[in-house]
Design a protein. Structure first.
Lengths: 428, 301
């Protein structure tokens, strides 16, 4: 009899410790759920942009791979100099790049600036390209007077290569003659968009070119951005926006709080259902459910699961499914009692007979979750992870814990069939 | 429950077959029409076909006049109409449109933000998907469902027998088609969440079927005298309490999400609720009797 009470105490202590670990963390090893969990874009707000590389034909797989790596590094550099230090860029699949921002004011502007290919061309009035990015040696931001007036002007200074100087010479020689009809300019384009249009009045033979910033809102940062993007070099591919998602912080918070509320109410209702239907055994399930929920919290904290809305739905779903193992066993135990077996024997054989069905059933759910892990992207991955963790954990917890509790209960004398939902009449 | 035990599922299979045919009709017809290129059978979300959706939290209630005005703002900004403008929640407005360029997205955003005092950092949401991403998603959706069904078939064939695997898989496809019917009839946005919901139901429904089949496997050994249809019926009734109770607990939690959740989670919870009910129905009324039917057909052949 004493042994049973000790078992009860141990179970309560273990469950209590797990709940504590989930809520408050343990030392530096396990962080509290609130800190350990990585909340997805749809729960905290932020932006996610997927770029797709426009890959030229006849590019080998290894060239594509190294090109993507270069593009990723460059995106990360651009993120840094644009001031998005918390943002990250990663490669997804063969030809996609994903950039994530925790929060950003003007996501559309970020999309445009990041995705710029940074192809610089010097074009005349007829659209002829005289010079391009490969003839630029370096680009630097300067804030100094550029003419005799002495007014400080933010601008970009391009240093050309020898070849570039040669080409500029040729260009200016051709263009200077057009002064009569006013088309004697050499426009500087970035990604096809004109950023400066200096007029050529003399034949040029210099290796440096000044780009003036026109009427930008913030000419200093515009000039800095331009210098950075040109000197960082051009991306190996043109990037198009394949997917963009921006979610405001308050919309995210609302999703999180309502889902958690729904989960909590669902959990309590399931517990009530179990107690009404299976009485003492149902109560054991409730203890196991609390343990399961706490353990799940610890697991998502330890594995840093990226939790998104479908992920939370997955967790809530597993709560409903977790009791399935218990339902199968309890029904079995009731049957065994009805056919006249003693309670102790009914528990042993109930578990034994139900085990096979539970394993087979859970393996198939795991197959579905594993396929999702393999084929899924983004939020679906989070859903599959939580489903998989849920199936494995629930099977372990609901099987082991309820069994310990049941046997402990019997050894301390909780043997009245009514406690196990079997009426005397049925028993006979 | 015992007083109903005389009801035979195997003998009434025809009735269930007719009920199922009605349930899957909309989904099946919708699927075939869609594959033949008929548009708008499913309410395809931008995940699959590409496009843009905006969501704004306005500074006032989003009634009909407001949504109409938002549609006007959109038309002024881009010179064409959006696909749809609807209200979500009390102050939310959702615009659905085709693929837009960066500048166009910005123009629409600025127009609505200025007119309705939207807090860009908090109450603004945009999602853009290009058609190529949509194509990839469609491909992986079909691939994932196909592979999952195949793996499950192999597993059941190993653990039970091949004919039971076929019966289980037919029940699964039945469940998926019923879910498709729900998408067609209720015009639920058909997006990436469908894949998650469908595979969940795949796992859930097979779970229920296996519990029944496991009982058949066991009763076959113990009930030496019974014929196969009798064994199947007995097994279905033996596991009835479990089938119902598990469905109830799962439904409870999903219903809570349906009641309290935000619109995107409701769109996810509804098909799962239907799938759970349908999984319970198919595992009780369809898969067992079907195994019986296939096993009889096998003997005749």
């Amino acid at each position: 009899m004493k042994k049973g009470i000790i078992q009860f105490l141990i179970v309560i202590l273990v469950v209590g410790a797990l709940v504590y670990a989930a809520l408050c963390g343990v030392g530096g090893v396990i962080k509290p759920v609130r800190e350990g969990v990585v909340l997805g874009l749809d729960l905290v707000g932020g932006s996610e942009i997927t770029y797709e590389a426009v890959v030229p034909e006849k590019l080998s797989a290894s060239e594509l791979q190294s090109g993507m790596e270069v593009a990723r590094t460059m995106l990360q550099q651009r993120l840094d100099f644009l001031g998005y230090t918390e943002a990250s860029a990663y490669i997804s699949g063969e030809r996609r790049l994903v950039v994530e921002f925790p929060s950003v004011n003007d996501p559309e502007a970020a999309v445009q600036k990041l995705g710029a290919t940074a192809v610089v061309n010097f074009v005349d009035a007829d659209g002829k390209v005289w010079l391009s990015g490969s003839e630029i040696d370096s680009a630097a931001y300067e804030n100094s007077p550029i003419d005799d007036s002495g007014v400080m002007v933010p601008h970009v200074v391009l240093e050309l290569t020898d070849e570039g100087r040669q080409k500029l010479h040729e260009a200016s020689t051709a263009i200077v003659n057009r002064v009569s009809d006013g088309t004697n300019y050499l426009a500087i384009q970035l990604d096809g968009e004109e950023i400066s249009k200096p007029y050529v009045n003399t034949v040029l033979n210099s290796s440096s070119v000044v780009i003036e910033i026109g009427s930008a809102e913030d000419p200093v940062s515009e000039a800095k951005y331009l210098a950075d993007i040109i000197s960082a070099g051009r991306l190996p591919f043109e990037l198009t926006t394949a997917k963009q998602q921006t979610i405001g912080a308050s919309l995210g918070e609302k999703s999180l709080s309502t889902s958690l509320k729904a989960g909590l109410i669902g959990l309590i209702l399931v517990m009530l259902f179990m107690i009404v239907f299976y009485r003492l055994m149902g109560l054991y399930s409730c203890i196991a459910l609390v343990c399961y929920t706490a353990l799940f919290g610890v697991a998502i904290s330890v594995f840093h699961v990226n939790l998104s809305l479908p992920g939370i739905a997955g967790i809530i779903l597993t709560v409903g499914m977790a009791v399935d193992a218990n339902v199968i066993i309890y029904e079995r135990i009731k049957e065994e009692i009805r056919v006249g077996k003693t309670l102790r024997y009914a528990v042993v054989s109930g578990y034994k007979r139900a085990l096979l069905a539970i394993i087979d059933a859970n393996v198939t759910t795991m197959i579905a979750a594993a396929v999702l892990l393999w084929q899924g992207t983004g939020t679906i991955l989070g859903f599959a992870t939580t489903l998989l963790i849920g199936v494995v954990l629930s099977m372990l917890v609901m099987l082991i814990l309820t069994r310990i509790l049941l046997q402990a209960g019997i050894s301390v004398g909780l043997v009245n069939p009514k406690l196990y939902c079997v009426n005397k009449k049925e028993e006979a | 429950m015992d007083k109903f035990r005389s009801f035979s599922f195997t003998k009434h299979f025809k009735v269930f077959a007719i009920i199922s045919a009605v349930l899957i009709a909309a989904g099946l017809v919708g699927l075939i029409l869609s594959l033949c290129g008929v548009p708008n059978v499913f309410n395809f979300d931008i995940d699959f076909v590409g496009g843009t959706t905006f969501e704004f939290q306005l500074d006032r209630t989003a009634d009909k006049a407001v949504t109409d005005h938002v549609a006007e703002l959109y038309e002024q900004a881009l010179g064409r109409k959006p696909s749809s403008v609807t209200s979500t929640g009390e102050t939310g407005v959702r615009i659905k449109a085709l693929e837009l360029t960066d500048a166009e997205v910005e123009a629409v955003r600025d127009a609505v933000v200025q007119a309705y005092g939207v807090d860009v950092e908090k109450g603004y949401q945009v999602e853009r998907v290009s058609a190529s991403v949509g194509k990839d998603l469609t491909r992986s959706a079909f691939l994932a469902s196909g592979v999952a069904v195949l793996l499950i078939l192999i597993y059941i064939a190993i653990r039970f027998e091949f004919r039971s695997g076929i019966a289980a898989v037919i029940a699964l496809i039945h469940d998926l088609l019923v879910m498709l019917s729900v998408y067609v009839i209720f015009r639920i946005p058909f997006n990436i969440n469908f894949i998650a919901a469908a595979l969940t139901i795949l796992g859930y429904s097979i779970n229920a079927t296996i519990v029944v089949f496991d009982r058949v496997r066991e009763n076959r050994k113990t009930m030496k005298t019974g014929s196969f249809p009798v064994i199947v019926d007995t097994s279905i009734w033996d596991t009835m309490s479990r089938s119902i109770n598990t469905t109830v607990t799962t439904l409870i939690v999903m219903l809570m999400l349906l009641i309290f959740g935000v619109s995107s989670i409701r769109n996810f919870a509804l098909p799962i609720c239907v799938g759970v009910l349908c999984g319970c129905y198919s595992s009780v009324c369809i898969s067992g009797p079907l195994w019986n039917l296939l096993s009889r057909a096998g003997k005749k052949a």
